[in-house]
Write a protein that binds this ligand. Structure first.
Ligand SMILES: C[S@@+](CC[C@H](N)C(=O)[O-])C[C@H]1O[C@@H](n2cnc3c(N)ncnc32)[C@H](O)[C@@H]1O
Length: 218
């Protein structure tokens, strides 16, 4: 079981530079520099409080002069070439908007950890010149997390892949399938409870997709 931070840092292996958007306490830059002291690191946040905490933590860790800190909204702060952008601990829709708002985004890799709505990240493959190259599902201190990694390219995904992950559907991590089984049971409960109508149809459809995913491995 990998901690979320360890898993995020691992996605930087083989790259020379990173921008951590929404860095908050700067835990990622600190861990990344501990693992690879030669990494070129920038970090940003759109709020002053987190950024000043990031500064304090970087000083305490001895990396004061190793990380360029920016105050700014999303990818607006990107004003120099960078290999990898990490957007972690943010809502899926927020991350999607950050990427779409940045014209001519030219990076080798996007590492996304959406706290909700992973579909919004996968939709980036249809809305921007990126495709999904890996998906990681794990549980950190009881909290499930999904990392979605995109690189330049073009692929079209099915509805099932957008909802449940083209790569996770192939890897089928045990804990992920267990989570989907719970979601299936919950969705069936909703289908039983709610009256006929559009909403009910949506939940019936969703429960059918979930059943297909769960049965795929049976
Ligand atoms: C929950 S913390 C996540 C911290 C860290 N990235 C992690 O994964 O542990 C989210 C941080 O993103 C910042 N944030 C939220 N929206 C942002 C935006 N549009 N642009 C930049 N930073 C943002 C918040 O101020 C906060 O510090």
């Amino acid at each position: 079981m990998a901690s979320r931070l360890d898993a995020l840092v691992k996605t930087l292996e083989g790259f020379d530079s990173v921008l951590d958007v929404g860095t908050d306490h700067a835990y990622l830059p600190i861990k990344a520099l501990q693992e690879n002291p030669r990494l070129d690191v920038s970090a940003s946040d759109n709020k002053k409080g987190p950024l000043s905490q990031a500064k304090k933590n970087l000083e305490a860790a001895g990396f004061k002069d190793r990380v360029r800190l920016y105050l700014g909204e999303g990818l607006e702060v990107l004003n120099e070439p960078v290999d990898v952008i990490v957007m972690a601990g943010l809502g899926g829709t927020t991350i999607q908007k950050m990427v779409l708002d940045k014209a001519d985004l030219d990076v080798k890799r996007l590492v996304c950890h959406p706290t909700n709505n992973p579909k919004a990240i996968r939709q980036l493959a249809h809305l921007s010149p990126f495709k999904i190259v890996d998906e990681i599902f794990d549980i950190d201190q009881g909290v499930p997390y999904t990392l979605i990694i995109l690189e330049p390219g073009s692929v079209k995904y099915t509805e099932k892949e957008l909802l449940y992950g083209p790569i996770l559907l192939k890897k089928r991590p045990k804990e992920y399938i267990e989570l989907l089984k719970k979601e299936f049971a919950f969705t069936l409960g909703l289908v039983d409870q709610i009256p006929e109508g559009v909403k009910k149809d949506q939940f019936i459809h969703q429960s059918q997709l979930l059943k297909e995913v769960i049965d795929d491995g049976a």
